[in-house]
Design a protein. Structure first.
Ligand SMILES: [Zn+2]
Length: 286
């Protein structure tokens, strides 16, 4: 599933490719996504100029001239491909999964004069929505908590949100109304760096631990974005090299391995919390 760093990379890549460009037209090949692509989608976007591309949580917002906004979400398996010419080898703007445009499940094509943007989604959990004014757009994002990089996400805020919670800290951090865009992989990583047991209740988290969560949320996500960005740039030159950010994970996917922290001999265990896999070192995560 695309996580916040990937979505941020997609946003940055899209921004450099399509900001201030005029979209010639949209071709819908298959309307069936999590929500059906609106019937007026193609007509509304034809010949529209793009003013900006931004991100809230894991949603990307394309702002068009005259107060028109296209919001999209990559769901479980959505990928965005930039195809400049027919034989482009590396088209994926994210840093996991297939690098080329797949043959099946290409739902949408955004046609620009010199290139196409293709949306692919085999599992169809992604979606596209249109908003015709800023007020409706804002309303849509009302329930989403602050961004991990924002000033609003500070120790006072997090303390207020978790001090009375019986819920475990991992599920609290996955709650989008508390913090926007943290997914399973990165919450696993952040709790490992912060030396916190993912099963610990919100009310048992100390102020010092809260500070660590905030610090490492920033470090882990920034690292992922930098790494992902550089791995995409590498794709342009070294075709056939896989995105390798997965190798940087300290805890996620490392069941049975020895803990990577200096002087810790713990073995990483795996279990499930609300159907999502948790990895932890029982020795150093208290
Ligand atoms: Zn350990």
């Amino acid at each position: 599933m695309p996580e916040l760093p990937e979505v941020e990379i997609v946003k940055q890549s899209l921004k450099s490719a399509i900001k201030y460009k005029k979209l010639s037209k949209v071709i819908v090949k298959n309307r069936n996504l999590r929500f059906k692509i609106p019937i007026n989608f193609e007509r509304s976007l034809k010949n529209k100029v793009i003013l900006n591309i931004s991100r809230i949580s894991k949603y990307i917002i394309i702002e068009f001239k005259s107060n028109l906004y296209c919001v999209f979400h990559l769901g479980m398996s959505g990928t965005i491909h930039l195809v400049k010419k027919k034989f482009d080898k590396i088209t994926n703007l994210s840093f996991y999964q297939y690098k080329q445009v797949p043959k099946k499940h290409n739902h949408l094509k955004f046609v620009f004069p010199n290139f196409n943007i293709i949306y692919n989604d085999p599992r169809r959990f992604g979606f596209f929505k249109l908003f015709r004014n800023y007020k409706d757009l804002n309303l849509y994002f009302k329930k989403i908590g602050p961004e991990p990089f924002s000033k609003e996400f500070n120790s006072n805020y997090l303390f207020k949100k978790i001090q009375n919670k019986k819920k475990n800290i991992k599920n609290i951090l996955l709650d989008q109304s508390i913090i926007a865009g943290l997914g399973n992989i990165y919450v696993n990583e952040i709790l490992f760096y912060s030396k916190i047991n993912p099963k610990k209740e919100g009310s048992q988290i100390s102020k010092n631990e809260i500070k660590k969560i905030i610090k490492y949320s920033n470090i882990v996500l920034k690292l992922a974005i930098e790494y992902g960005g550089s791995s995409i740039r590498d794709f342009q030159n070294t075709e056939g090299v896989n995105g390798s950010f997965q190798k940087e994970f300290k805890i996620y996917g490392r069941k049975g391995e020895t803990c990577s922290r200096n002087n810790c001999k713990g073995i990483i265990t795996k279990f499930f919390q609300t159907n999502r896999s948790t990895f932890m070192c029982e020795i150093c995560q208290k």
